[in-house]
Design a protein around this ligand. Structure first.
Ligand code: NI
Length: 261
């Protein structure tokens, strides 16, 4: 069985002491490719060196909406130059909108729209972080589609929306990626969404070190090997086999990010 973890942050300090052991466990769990996400430019070098060290790892470059105050011309140039010259860069992100506690909505929107332009220019997909902002993210993507005549390609990562919101992004040709939150007992809405996503739009991720899935919930650190628990839960919710979910999500990740396994 082959799995792809489409969203990891293993450059964080919490992985420093034992990254090789963590890697052995993801290999044992069948994780054959990983897409390393990126929060802000000071991480570019550390992520790039991890991707150089581990052949199975590709990465994204971008600025997280919660870091939107760091957006400037230099950030944009760094993203463009790294994405343009390193073939291991397979996406722009994470970008998006996080309105949970935001007082900088316009700044977030500007950084998001500029990163959509960069992704389009470089013909790369975007990794979208969306919290308390599904309506606004949809508006931005719809406006983009009208302007350009076609959708940006991308994924709604660590998806937490309702089935109705899920449908909005499926209609915009987006992939929908589920994390450990889909295993949480209280997450009925996310579970309903996981059950209704079309097979050819479904992705899985850990978003590690955050959000360890059941039965590892409560551990201080999530890790890529645990994407298997996400796959098992998604399989259960869709009344499909684990191997069917592994196959379809691996194929989808290859299609979106241009990976081969
Ligand atoms: Ni992330």
């Amino acid at each position: 069985m082959q799995l792809i973890d489409t969203h990891v942050h293993v450059n964080f300090d919490v992985f420093q002491p034992d990254i090789e052991a963590v890697r052995s466990r993801w290999q044992e769990a069948g994780v054959v490719r990983l897409v390393h996400s990126c929060v802000e430019p000071s991480e570019f070098k550390s992520i790039q060196s991890l991707a150089n060290r581990f052949p199975e790892m590709s990465f994204a470059v971008g600025l997280h909406p919660l870091d939107a105050e760091k957006w400037n011309q230099q950030t944009a140039e760094e993203i463009v130059s790294l994405a343009g010259c390193d073939s291991k860069v397979v996406a722009i992100g994470e970008t998006g909108l996080d309105f949970y506690k935001a007082d900088n909505k316009e700044q977030q929107r500007h950084a998001f729209e500029t990163q959509l332009a960069i992704a389009t220019e470089l013909n790369l997909p975007v990794i979208i972080h969306c919290r308390n902002a599904a309506t606004e993210v949809r508006e931005v993507l719809q406006k983009w589609k009208q302007l350009k005549g076609e959708s940006v390609r991308g994924v709604m990562h660590c998806w937490g929306g309702s089935p109705e919101e899920t449908q909005w992004f499926v209609e915009l040709d987006f992939y929908i990626s589920f994390s450990g939150t889909v295993t949480f007992k209280s997450a009925k809405q996310i579970q309903e969404s996981a059950a209704c996503v079309p097979s050819d739009r479904l992705l899985i991720e850990t978003d590690c070190p955050f959000l360890a899935p059941v039965p590892k919930r409560g551990e201080r650190r999530n890790e890529p090997a645990y994407v298997r628990y996400v796959a098992e839960q998604v399989a259960k919710l869709r009344s499909e086999s684990l191997s069917a979910i592994a196959d379809v999500t691996t194929q989808n990740a290859c299609d979106l990010f241009g990976l081969t396994v």
